[in-house]
Design a binder for this molecule. Structure first.
Ligand code: BG6
Length: 477
């Protein structure tokens, strides 16, 4: 058998993409609430255009999302029926601390997650909790400039104290920051960073990254102190870069692009700023405010495991003629002529998952966890609401085969696999509902119409079988 007996099969979601209930029971406003669907989304999520509140000209899909806030029992029961061993979800920071800088938490928010975790355990599901999946309370954005301020580290520390103590015994797997490298590519959505005209954008991003890295190390420290059973992971938006050609310049470009991402994990997993990054920052004239004790903190509190999302490999070149770009999880990449692409232009590369697993394992030698993978596609339900999603089954089967090879043939130590958007939810990149990843169809469209009814797709029973056979039977019959 390729996978360990206790392999953690499951699915993943993020609070802002599924919960809705944005103002329920004392929850405060967050950056992820005020990003609308439509052409302004990209300039807003990248911090170029200001959106600090709702207006009448836009539709904000996260406000209601798929209303999991009120329907989580039904949804978790369906996950249980599929045999999930784990369910990855995130905590909405502004449910626990509505403004972010209070000293006392919001009891209603804490209770919500306590109930949700208990519901998971009722179905034999181990929660895997992302402490921050892109969200930052708007009050922290407006008053402190979000992660550009060192004060955020202390507010995050308070959050960690509260949740680790309150959920002791209920949660043992934690991720500190979802796709921490996304701060470079989607700084407002990923970290609440909005840029004024005179900002030195790169300086702000890397200083904010330093604060997140510190916060991550502090979270790891507290998690271990509160309960030695706790396991803490970092989380990378992964996908190996390939050189477009064997021209050494392309090879070098691909190495540099990989390093831009690994930089974060190098710090979280090895506990040190890598030399190549220090040199690069120096050349760029970026001076980090690193204070006494910071480097020791990073060194002494490295993560227990490395988790990542994988949707596609990427391609780098220095040849301007070849710069035909393809879409892909916010990152732009050169189009790979050997690969097919999804309806959203994300290129499909199962072998790239094996390559990425090997690259990361070679680099860190720590257990790995694939916490996002999947196909965003248009689903067309029949008159009963049933979706025959063989395309999704094929995509997942190919990726699971590749991950099996990495484990069985290459010896990668893999803890588990959670598919992205196990129930249809709002797309982070585009804000669409139409871009669906789930095993469960949710009746809701891009404009917010629909009954929110949940219906199992064909992939629901298929994944159930995959889990029941611990990944041995991937056939689609
Ligand atoms: C990852 C995020 O970047 O990719 C998720 O962690 C996101 O939040 C997922 O939803 C898929 O991207 P998209 O744009 O299709 O929702």
């Amino acid at each position: 058998m390729a996978f360990r007996k206790d392999f953690l099969w499951g699915g993943a979601t993020a609070a802002n993409q599924c919960e809705g209930g944005y103002d329920k029971d004392g929850r405060g406003l967050a950056n992820v609430d005020v990003v609308p669907i439509g052409e302004d989304r990209l300039p807003i999520i990248t911090g170029q255009k200001k959106s600090f509140d709702f207006d009448d000209d836009h539709f904000y899909p996260a406000k209601e999302a798929i209303d999991m806030y009120h329907r989580y029992k039904e949804d978790i029961a369906l996950f249980g029926e599929m045999g999930f061993k784990t369910y990855r979800l995130s905590i909405a920071w502004s449910r626990i601390f509505p403004k972010g800088d209070e000293t006392e938490p919001n009891e209603a928010g804490l209770q919500f997650y306590e109930d949700l975790f208990k519901e998971c355990h009722k179905h034999g599901i181990e929660p895997l909790v992302t402490i921050t999946h892109f969200d930052c309370p708007m009050h922290l954005v407006e008053k402190y400039g979000a992660w550009r301020s060192r004060e955020l580290v202390g507010f995050y520390e308070n959050l960690c104290h509260v949740i680790f103590n309150r959920y002791k015994g209920l949660v043992k797997y934690w991720l500190t920051f979802n796709e921490i490298n996304m701060i470079l590519h989607a700084p407002f959505m990923g970290a609440g960073l909005y840029f004024e005209e005179d900002d030195n954008v790169e300086q702000v991003k890397y200083q904010s990254a330093h604060h997140e890295l510190l916060a991550s190390a502090i979270a790891t420290k507290i998690a271990h102190e509160v309960d030695p059973e706790n396991k803490v992971g970092c989380m990378l938006a992964a996908g190996a870069y390939y050189p477009y050609t064997s021209n050494p310049k392309d090879v070098w470009a691909s190495r540099q692009a990989d390093r831009e991402n690994y930089f974060f994990i190098d710090v979280q997993s090895r506990g040190e700023y890598p030399q190549y990054a220090l040199k690069k920052l120096e050349r760029a004239g970026i001076e980090l405010d690193i204070r006494d004790g910071d480097l020791e903190l990073l060194k002494e509190n490295t993560v227990d495991f490395v988790s990542f999302s994988y949707y596609s490999s990427r391609v780098a070149t220095t040849d301007p003629k070849l710069l035909e770009k393809t879409a892909g999880n916010i990152f732009e990449s050169v189009k790979n002529p050997y690969l097919e692409a999804s309806e959203w232009g994300w290129q499909i590369d199962p072998l790239g998952l094996r390559i990425t697993l090997n690259d990361i394992y070679d680099r860190y030698q720590k257990p790995l966890f694939i916490v996002e993978n999947g196909l965003g596609a248009v689903d067309t339900p029949d008159e009963n609401g049933y979706v025959q999603d063989d395309y999704r089954i094929n995509y997942l089967a190919e990726h699971i085969k590749a991950m099996k090879d990495a484990v069985e043939l290459d010896g990668v130590d893999l803890l588990g696999y959670t598919t992205w958007g196990c129930i249809d939810l709002v797309s982070a990149g585009t804000g669409e509902m139409k871009k669906r990843y789930g095993f469960i169809y949710v009746d809701r469209d891009n404009e917010g119409h629909g009954t929110l009814k949940r219906t199992k797709k064909k992939s629901f029973d298929w994944y159930k079988k995959v889990i029941a056979t611990n990944g041995e039977d991937l056939s689609n019959d």
